[in-house]
Design a protein around this ligand. Structure first.
Ligand code: URA
Length: 203
């Protein structure tokens, strides 16, 4: 996926404004507000989900409903709090009835996520759920087949681990053990990248 040329040079305030004013797809007509993203702009780990749900649309923050509570617990399992990471979605507006994003909606929104990734330049992306994986990696391969290995996102080849969406884990708790394995992979990659980083700085 490519950045829309117009989004390429935006800084954080300009990007926020662009998202808040966006009317590029029909979702602007039904949203309460846009849901930009939350967390540290210097995060080493970026979480990418699908789209805001009802609670996110109301509060203007991603992952604040039940799935968000589970995401928080997943992060805590590897010693991280929400404020340590950056959390964003493929779509910045809620699809009515929480249906899956359409291709047109994802294309209309993709420049925003790309710019967020470029501004944060995370060491690692954790993609939660099939919609995020499809949009980040450009594949229809199911999450079950993508998990367990390191993929790469975009021209900068940002490392990316794929796991199940917390909303799916709420419905299928028997899959949680696999998600916990994926989180161990994330923790290991973050440790590795910070060891490399500090070695680089000391030489
Ligand atoms: N599901 C998502 O993918 N994103 C949210 O922000 C909330 C639920």
């Amino acid at each position: 996926m490519d950045l829309r040329a117009s989004d390429e040079a935006l800084d954080w305030p300009a990007l926020r404004e662009r998202v808040a004013a966006c009317t590029a797809c029909a979702l602007h007509a039904t949203r309460t507000q846009t849901v930009f993203g939350v967390g540290s702009e210097r995060a080493r780990l970026m979480i990418v989900g699908e789209a805001p749900g009802a609670e996110e649309d109301r509060q203007g923050e991603p992952f604040v409903g039940r799935a968000g509570q589970l995401l928080n617990a997943m992060l805590r399992a590897i010693g991280l709090e929400r404020g340590d990471v950056y959390i964003a979605n493929v779509l910045k507006c809620r699809p009515p009835g929480n249906r899956n994003p359409s291709l047109e909606e994802a294309v209309a929104c993709e420049g925003f996520l790309r710019r967020q990734i470029a501004l944060i330049a995370p060491a690692l992306i954790l993609s939660v759920g099939g919609i995020a994986a499809r949009n980040l990696l450009g594949t229809d391969t199911p999450v079950g087949k993508l998990r367990g290995t390191v993929h790469h996102v975009g021209a900068d080849r940002v490392p990316c681990v794929v796991t199940y969406h917390p909303a799916y884990l709420l419905r299928q708790p028997e899959e949680k053990a696999k998600a916990w394995q994926d989180l161990q992979l994330v923790a290991g990659l973050l440790r590795e990248s910070s060891a490399l980083h500090s070695r680089g700085q000391s030489t």
